[in-house]
Design a protein around this ligand. Structure first.
Ligand code: NAG
Length: 316
């Protein structure tokens, strides 16, 4: 396998990312679009974490979960997007073998944590709306921390299992990834061995997890909506409805592309890589805007934080 220039061809040290498009106009558009969304979601999510931590009135399970979701979204924004933005105008977009594997690791780990958090938030709303008298006994800080720890354990385990399947694969030359980031389906396809079974295994794993989480979420929101409708004579139901529709929008926008990437059976039609833009660029931005900035308590807390900042400026 030793070639003339002394490079051992049996090892692939880096992958070449084909990117999304060669059209200059589209690249410019993607550049502006992704930079704006990236900056906005980093700032927005940071602001949410800061507000929830610094405002004692927001120290409740719902806001802790929201702040943790924002924290996860900040990590999520950094896995794929900055590299994609830097690569956009490069002719030769490459990523090291280690870089590729770490992208896969973080995508699956953070994705897993995010799914657990979304389910926990649906559960929180379910208890608040359907079992309001038991809310304080069921949703307490201990449960919240338990949810978080199990979320991280589930995310880590899922990601390590997925990597465990593929880490031994031999790579002997093909190294062109037809996308703007590394993920399992395309990574596996480059291995120099029959990967049919493995592809099925890995795709089924992520596919089933996303489909499963999606159905759990949709079912819980249907139950919550039904309960809200039953008690629709009481005030506050329109507020609950608007909160719920916001949550459901996020769930559909998050899981739609995610399920599509893993369950889409026609890899020759590269629709999935455009949809992947959704999950890497738009979802981290949606969570803060949809869950939080429409929330009155949150707005009040942010204003208070802002005026405190101004005050400390004038006195120092
Ligand atoms: C996440 O939630 C825990 C409590 O469940 C809280 O103590 C912690 O501050 C939250 N983390 C962030 C980044 O908001």
């Amino acid at each position: 396998n030793e070639s003339m220039d002394g490079v051992n061809r049996s090892v692939v040290y880096e992958f070449v990312l084909m990117g999304l498009t060669n059209s200059w106009g589209l690249q410019l558009f993607l550049f502006l679009f992704s930079s704006i969304f990236y900056t906005a979601s980093m700032l927005g999510n940071f602001l949410i974490v800061l507000t929830v931590i610094s405002e004692p009135r927001l120290h409740s399970p719902m806001y802790f979960l929201l702040a943790n979701l924002s924290f996860i979204d900040m990590i999520d924004s950094c896995i794929v997007t900055p590299k994609m933005i830097c690569d956009l105008f490069k002719k030769h977009k490459s990523i090291s073998f280690g870089g590729c594997v770490s992208q896969i690791f973080f995508i699956h780990c953070i994705g897993g944590v995010e799914m657990v958090l979304l389910i926990a938030m649906a559960f929180d709303r379910y208890i608040a709306i359907c079992k309001p008298l038991h809310y304080l006994t069921i949703m307490n800080l201990r449960i919240c921390i338990g949810i978080l720890i199990s979320g991280w354990i589930i995310g880590l385990t899922h990601s390590l299992i997925q990597l465990g399947f593929v880490i031994q694969l031999p790579f002997c030359g093909p190294n062109k990834v037809d996308s703007f980031y590394c993920d399992l389906p395309r990574f596996i396809k480059l291995a120099c061995t029959d990967t049919y079974k493995l592809q099925f295994l890995v795709t089924a794993n992520s596919g089933f997890i996303s489909l499963g989480a999606f159905f759990i979420l949709i079912i819980s929101y249907v139950i919550i909506l039904a309960t809200v409708r039953q008690h629709s004579s009481s005030g506050g139901s329109s507020k609950a409805l608007s909160t719920l529709s916001a949550h459901i929008t996020v769930v559909i926008l998050f899981f739609g592309p995610c399920i599509f990437v893993y369950v889409w059976p026609f890899p020759t039609l590269p629709l999935d890589k455009f949809l992947a833009i959704f999950d890497s660029v738009i979802t981290p931005f949606l969570n803060p805007t949809i869950y939080t900035f429409r929330n009155k308590e949150m707005k009040v807390a942010m204003k208070r934080l802002w005026s405190q900042l101004l005050k400390s400026q004038t006195f120092s």
